[in-house]
Design a binder for this molecule. Structure first.
Ligand code: SF4
Length: 302
């Protein structure tokens, strides 16, 4: 954790910055590393083949955090990347985590997943359920593949189909646009789901464009006042940083960040243990905090 400047606690105009407290850890995320088989220009993590801004996790890295989280009463483990299935030990990590709690995996559903189905299948018999959320940005194949690459649309639907057939719960993460016709977008997705023999009631989770890491977006600052005028205790409790944390590996060290959206800002590294990370207030300074404030953006399924 670094010494923070005044901007951590106050806005540019000197007003007290909005914040979130974290009374308990309900969900723990692991960032398995920014290495990915794809190189999408819009990736909020800047992931690409061979990238090591955040390093690949091993079973030995995650074990102490899983054990500590269980002691703290965590309800769910979630995993994101990069592409988690690029991490060689990922199936072992899931096998360990599933002994204790349900798990959610965010994946692109392309070759790394399809090639490792034989390692994934036995996880269905673990003591807790494993769910997958596969990124399919748009129901338009060409538009999806413009970012993710040729052939990825079909691969991701095939992964959904195979995981569903093996008995895993699956959902889709899609891109949300302010001017979209949501009913129409969802109806188009449902057509593809039916064509792949999947239930058209499958959950679609939508996300705004979070911009690549290190971007400086022009968004209003969130003051303490904004958080009481526009939010209630109940809605503040829905912010991911009010109940979750994310473990990352950076420069060979493991650290605990406030949520899945702020690992490009070292001020959000809240400590080296989960207990330590729950103590500080999470100040809403990152530009992505505004998506949570305004749109209720959340990677969580809790
Ligand atoms: S991005 Fe959202 S969840 Fe993360 S610290 Fe900001 S407000 Fe909290």
């Amino acid at each position: 954790m670094l010494a923070r400047t005044n901007s951590w606690i106050a806005t540019a105009a000197g007003e007290p910055r909005g914040y979130i407290d974290t009374p308990a850890l309900r969900e723990l995320w692991f960032h398995t590393g920014t290495a990915c088989n794809l190189k999408c220009p819009f990736c909020l993590e800047g992931s690409k083949p061979g990238d090591d801004r955040l390093q690949l996790m091993t079973l030995a890295d995650v074990k102490p955090f899983i054990d500590e989280a269980v002691e703290l009463g965590v309800e769910n483990f979630s995993f994101t990347g990069g592409e988690p299935f690029v991490a060689r030990e990922f199936h072992l990590i899931l096998d360990y985590a599933l002994q204790f709690r349900p798990c959610l995996v965010l994946t692109n559903g392309t070759r790394p997943v399809l090639q490792r189905m034989a390692q994934i299948e036995p996880l269905r018999d673990a003591p807790h359920p494993l769910r997958f959320r596969i990124s399919i940005d748009y129901p338009d194949r060409e538009r999806h593949e413009a970012g993710r690459g040729e052939g990825t649309f079909k691969e991701s639907f095939e992964a959904l189909q195979q995981l569903h057939a093996k008995g895993f719960e699956v959902s889709i993460a899609r891109q949300w646009e302010a001017d979209e016709n949501t009913d129409q977008v969802e109806a188009e997705f449902q057509k593809h789901l039916r064509a792949f023999g999947l239930p058209d009631s499958l959950r679609l989770v939508s996300f705004p464009d979070f911009l690549p890491p290190g971007s400086q977006a022009e968004v209003p600052e969130i003051t303490e006042n904004c958080m009481t005028e526009h939010h209630t205790a109940e809605s503040r409790a829905q912010f991911m940083c009010a109940f979750s944390r994310m473990v990352v590996k950076q420069g060979g060290k493991l650290g605990v960040y406030a949520c899945t959206l702020v690992d490009d800002d070292p001020d959000y590294n809240l400590g080296s243990t989960l207990k330590e990370s729950l103590e500080p207030r999470v100040m809403l300074r990152h530009h992505r905090c505004f998506s949570c404030f305004k749109h209720g953006a959340s990677c969580s399924e809790i």
